[in-house]
Design a protein around this ligand. Sequence first.
Ligand code: PEP
Ligand code: MN
Length: 264
Amino acid sequence: LASRDFHPDDTVIDIKGTKIGGGNLVVMGGPCAVESAQQIDEIAQLVKAAGGQVLRGGAFKPRTGPYSFQGVGVEGLIMMAEAGQKHGLLTITEVMTPEYVDICAEYADILQVGTRNMQNFDLLRKLGTCGKPVLLKRGFSSTYDEFLNAAEYILAGGNPNVMLCERGIRTFETYTRNTLDLSAIPVLQGLSHLPVISDPSHGTGRRELVEPMSKASVAAGADGLIIEMHTDPDNSMTGDGVQSLFPDQFAALLKDLEQLAPLV
Ligand code: PEP
Ligand code: MN
């Protein structure tokens, strides 16, 4: 079902009038994690003012170690839904387990599957019936074939609204957190009709690389970007402050991107 052979035309996902795929550029911005109602409200206002369409933020965080901050949980879903509604933004948040799919789907417009869960098949099956669009991140050691097969689980379960997200893969290089695989963008668009979103934040792990890799992703044909932005990156509650843009950098980037592709 993910293949272009089956579905020659680009899939366009319409979420409350915002169209993702088929030549539109969507920008999702926000913190790695929802930290407080005030934090997500402030950031939502900045995302909207810059021209972004979707507010990102994790309420449940997949941390490498069990003692790290794990997210504020269901409270965070509520805070984010309120901020999105107030500022006229769609929302995207990560869901990590099948048990939490229903509550995440109740509060968010798009459900994100993180890189560590790309092959969590029980989760993918459950997302097939969740009724909300899904952004599926590529596993950091996954081939395109494995990635598309993961998407297939969601599609086969009855949910046609899947976005593929390139978020960097693990290579021998350690200077960057991951290696953003730009080739994935045209390769996946050739093999599949699903929208392809690029994540230059996790793809590089370095703030100064987010701007050039965002532009490179759009030049390569990405249907959208998901970018971390924080009002106080140095004090963010996850380690992702180092890859988060400051609000003025985010706004300047979106201005430049508008020259390359219209923001829908
Ligand atoms: C995130 O988006 O904050 C995140 C944890 O992403 P990934 O699953 O790509 O590491
Ligand atoms: Mn993050």
